[in-house]
Design a protein around this ligand. Structure first.
Ligand SMILES: *Cc1c(COP(=O)(O)O)cnc(C)c1O
Length: 394
């Protein structure tokens, strides 16, 4: 372990808690033996409350995008009508996968920085008779926007009661509440390297009874990603193929830590970190990218000011040990992103804001030392319901 570890503030992969790191270094075991079976059972059962489902969850060794691909190829047939609701890069990717496998995709694109509008989703679904599936992004990591999945799912259901609703919650699940069964969502995909505080390598996918039934009819080609094979193997405590055992150890340990902390405390911590990040960046004079009404709880995006030499500024930030993410796709060079998910503390966010303050002063931006950190701390306290007297504010 380095003397000074960077404050890794990208929206995944996220930093690993010490015990998760240790877990990843454990000796290999027989993945067809009882120890693995017990671990797989703990993970698949332990994840269900975070999905908000009583249905079966599958675990596949793949990046999050492989999980999205699994959602598509298991439920659709070539020529199926699909509505791809996109609010950023990851929504585009989900729709692209469906198109590549032969689905007839109608895109609904929201302006980047905003959530999808329920009435527009409803309108698009209405205009697509016989729609087989609707693709939604829960947390759009490229823009720092969180979609109101309950509202969007209700809008879909109002027009197409039988359509499958497939949700990319790779960077949302585990950090914020999700009620798959109550909201009538059919497939939800998440990934080990985001809120689950583990290395990349595993995608977890929950499917509703309707989705499991659809898999028997779907004809898109699939072998490795066939969720039925994963479900059937899991019933015997196994995976159909050799899993990323080191990452499985980590997710098992991450879930143990999450169980200790408890879901309400985890969700409150993400809320508070998000509030601190938004307040701190705003106080530093950065314009936030996302519509405040739809701001993500796991990643905050801000515009790079036109008069700022971003390379020099970010170089100073990096030199001081904070790693930020840049923009993706058409936002490359235009925004930067600060991740606050998984193993993240308020103190790490305050530290990152402090570092950005130092870098701002170094690049001659007009900031008052300590003011942004104070604003961030007040926001975090308020998110926790602690009243901060006006006189005590900076
Ligand atoms: C990270 C992420 C993905 C993709 O994950 P990979 O592991 O890089 O394939 C998909 N969707 C969202 C919203 C993400 O944040």
């Amino acid at each position: 372990v380095d003397r000074f570890e960077p404050n890794l503030r990208i929206p995944g992969p996220t930093a690993l808690p010490p015990s998760v790191r240790t877990a990843g270094g454990r000796q290999m075991i027989n993945h067809r033996g009882p120890e693995f079976a017990a671990m797989l059972e703990r993970i698949l059962t332990g994840m269900k409350p975070f999905f908000g489902t009583t249905s079966d969850v599958a675990m596949i060794t793949t990046a999050g995008s492989g999980g999205l691909e699994a959602a598509v190829v298991n439920t659709m047939s070539p020529g199926d009508k699909v509505v791809g609701v996109s609010i950023g890069s990851f929504g585009d990717r989900f729709a692209k996968i469906a198109g590549i496998y032969g689905a007839d995709v109608t895109k609904l694109d929201a302006e980047w920085g905003y959530a999808a509008a329920a009435d527009e989703v409803r309108e698009t679904v209405r205009a697509t008779p016989g729609v087989k599936a609707v693709l939604l992004t829960h947390n759009e990591t490229s823009t720092g926007v969180m979609n109101p999945i309950a509202d969007l799912a209700a809008a879909v259901r109002a027009e197409a009661p039988d359509a499958l609703i497939l949700v990319d919650s790779v960077s949302g699940l585990g950090a914020v509440p999700f009620e798959m069964d109550d909201w009538g969502v059919d497939i939800v995909v998440t990934g080990s390297q985001k809120a689950w505080m583990s290395a990349p390598g595993l995608a977890m996918i929950a499917a509703s009874p309707r989705a499991w039934a659809a898999m028997e009819q779907a004809t898109m080609p699939r072998f490795y990603l066939d969720l039925r094979a994963h479900r059937d193997a899991a019933a015997n405590g196994q995976t159909p193929f050799t899993p990323a055992i080191a990452v499985v150890y980590q997710v098992d340990e991450g879930l143990r830590l999450m169980g200790e902390e408890g879901a309400p405390a985890i969700f409150a911590r993400h809320e508070a970190c998000a509030a601190a990040a938004r307040a701190g960046l705003s106080a530093l004079g950065f314009q936030l990218f996302a519509d405040p009404a739809a701001a993500s709880k796991t990643v905050t995006a801000a515009w790079v000011p036109e008069d700022l030499d971003w390379k020099a500024f970010n170089g100073e930030v990096k030199r001081r040990g904070v790693v930020l993410a840049g923009g993706q796709g058409k936002l490359t060079g235009k925004i930067f992103r600060l991740g606050h998910l998984g193993s993240v503390t308020i103190e790490e966010i305050l530290g990152a804001i402090s570092t950005l303050e130092f870098a701002s002063l170094a690049s001659g931006r007009p900031v008052t030392p300590g003011a942004a950190v104070a604003a961030a701390q007040v926001a975090a306290l308020e998110a926790y319901g602690v009243a901060v007297p006006a006189a005590a504010r900076a």
